[in-house]
Design a protein around this ligand. Structure first.
Ligand code: SF4
Ligand code: SF4
Length: 207
């Protein structure tokens, strides 16, 4: 069996039905528009700190061993096991069993990578949602040498079509942290409660 077929099968066996493997060069390119975002005036200092940390994690890719040519991001429905914060031992086993290198690398901006890789879309409430899974999802990220496919890569983040005519999370958030006018949450207002905006969102049950 071809190595990639074997990898696909092993990932499926572990409930990773949705994943993308993109080139490390595409992932490195993520820092360009994040730098622009980081310098925008209306971005809260805390968000700027997070964005700057993510940019540093992307820049560290340049110093990684040359054998890592691609980045695999896998999406797992939460509750299907393997959803620990250290992420994806089953993905590591699948990569290695299929004959590929595997190095866990979760310091990348994972939600943004999920969206740019084509795996997910953003919701207005800053969640991400994967077709076939919804937003109750756990991601894991590995550097690898598995063949990449950049055909689903997006140059800019996209918001889910469900958000276009929907105000549910905006109205549900009692802190006024969500707006139609901008992509980011108002971090200075958001209390990180992950309650009203999250549980009211139809993306939770998307399939
Ligand atoms: S509640 Fe509506 S607008 Fe908000 S993230 Fe979900 S689908 Fe998008
Ligand atoms: S996490 Fe809480 S405060 Fe932040 S946007 Fe959601 S509901 Fe509002």
């Amino acid at each position: 069996m071809e190595k990639m077929d074997k990898l696909t099968e092993l990932l499926k066996d572990n409930a990773y039905f949705r994943w993308e493997c993109v080139s490390i060069e595409k992932v490195k390119s993520m820092s360009e528009d994040m730098l622009v975002l980081c310098n925008e005036n209306d971005v809260h200092e805390m968000q700027k700190g997070n964005i700057a940390g993510s940019i540093r994690a992307i820049e560290r890719l340049t110093g990684m061993p040359k054998k890592y040519t691609s980045v695999l991001i896998g999406a797992l429905p939460r509750g299907d096991g393997d959803a620990r914060s250290s992420g994806g031992i089953n993905v590591q086993n699948a990569l290695e069993e299929a004959g590929f290198a595997a190095k866990l690398y979760i310091s990348l901006p994972i939600k943004r990578l999920a969206v740019l890789s084509g795996l997910a879309e953003y919701g207005r409430n800053n969640v991400t949602s994967v077709q076939g899974i919804g937003s109750w999802v756990q991601y894991t990220v590995f550097l690898t040498d598995a063949p990449f496919n950049d055909s689903n890569w997006r140059e800019k983040p996209v918001i889910a079509t469900e958000c276009e005519d929907c105000d549910i999370c905006m109205e549900a958030c009692s802190k006024g942290a969500i707006s139609k006018e901008r992509f980011l949450l108002y971090r200075e207002k958001c209390k990180g409660c992950n309650t009203e905006c999250y549980w009211s969102c139809p993306l939770n049950i998307r399939s």
